[in-house]
Design a protein around this ligand. Structure first.
Ligand code: ADP
Length: 274
């Protein structure tokens, strides 16, 4: 059993099942589930994740408990997260960005048609399997929309990736479009190397999100198509944001190279897609 990583509540290990298949096992100590709220949240995460079945979503295998812990076995993502890969690479090429975006948008479209909003899409929650395919993970902040038009009111997400309506339209609430916003932040991060609204001070990050204040640094050679698509997605009014279909129809995708796969060597050096 080897240690893979830890998050807010869980420690994750690599394990083997009875047929010797490698899996990830997420362990949550019951002592961290003292409040009713913490328990409800974990059970909501399990219920939502268990119901999803898509090639670009981490597969939920099983769930069990003993006196001390709750265990969730998951599909193993042996090439870590895109956060980890970006740290090694600093920035991705636009063909790589297209490949990852197509898989991410496919997973997101599937979630939305199953009434699930992920609400925490970010590079650290996009894992990579042995073949460098994206697997969306960590449903700890996900929400199920139980009736059409239902709006969510809880403020959640990760500061850099959070949509303006989550922060500034608490009366109206938010819905599926918050994931679309995060997808825009992710695209910018792929091609620039850091998130658009990032600063040291969280308050200032929120001000920048409110003011839609970001720019493309002159030292990065980002195509006009990529800039235009980011700008369309990062529209402050959620009603005016493009649909996931509109996004993949943009010329950024239709006029550029979309590789069939990403080689594992891309974890350390840019592949040549000509
Ligand atoms: P939390 O919900 O507590 O934030 P995460 O689900 O983000 O926990 O997992 C924490 C860390 O464990 C991740 O950053 C990653 O390094 C590792 N990890 C999580 N799930 C997997 C997986 N399916 N395969 C491989 N590593 C994983």
């Amino acid at each position: 059993m080897s240690f893979l990583g830890e998050g807010g509540f869980a420690r994750v290990y690599q394990v083997r099942d009875s047929r010797n298949n490698h899996l990830a096992c997420k362990v949550v100590t019951k002592s961290s589930l003292k409040t009713k709220k913490a328990k409800t949240k974990l059970y909501a995460e399990i219920k939502i994740h268990k119901a999803l079945d898509h090639p670009n979503i981490v597969r939920f295998v099983d769930c069990f408990e003993d006196e001390e812990n709750v265990y969730m076995t998951l599909e193993l993502c042996s090439n870590a997260s895109l956060m980890n890969m970006l740290h090694r690479r600093r920035v991705f090429t636009e063909p790589e960005a297209r490949f990852f975006m197509v898989q991410l948008i496919g997973a997101c479209h599937y979630m939305h048609t199953h009434q699930v909003i992920h609400r925490d899409l970010k590079l650290g929650n996009l894992f990579l399997d042995t073949d460098m395919n994206i697997k969306v993970g960590d449903f700890g902040l996900a929400a199920l929309i139980e009736s059409p038009g239902e709006r969510k009111k809880t403020i959640c997400g990760t500061p850099n990736y959070i949509a303006p309506e989550v922060l500034f339209d608490t009366a109206n609430g938010h819905s599926f479009e918050v994931d679309t916003w995060s997808i825009g932040v992710i695209l910018y991060t792929f091609v620039v190397g850091r998130p658009p609204f990032q600063t040291k001070d969280v308050k200032e990050v929120y001000q920048r999100i409110r003011d839609n204040q970001y720019e493309f640094p002159p030292h990065r050679d980002v195509s006009l198509d990529a800039r235009e698509l980011v700008q369309q997605i990062l529209t402050p009014n959620p009603k005016e944001r493009p649909s996931l279909h509109n996004i993949v129809d943009h010329t950024f995708f239709t006029r550029g190279i979309v590789p069939g796969y990403i080689p594992v060597s891309a974890r350390d050096a840019p592949p040549d897609f000509r």
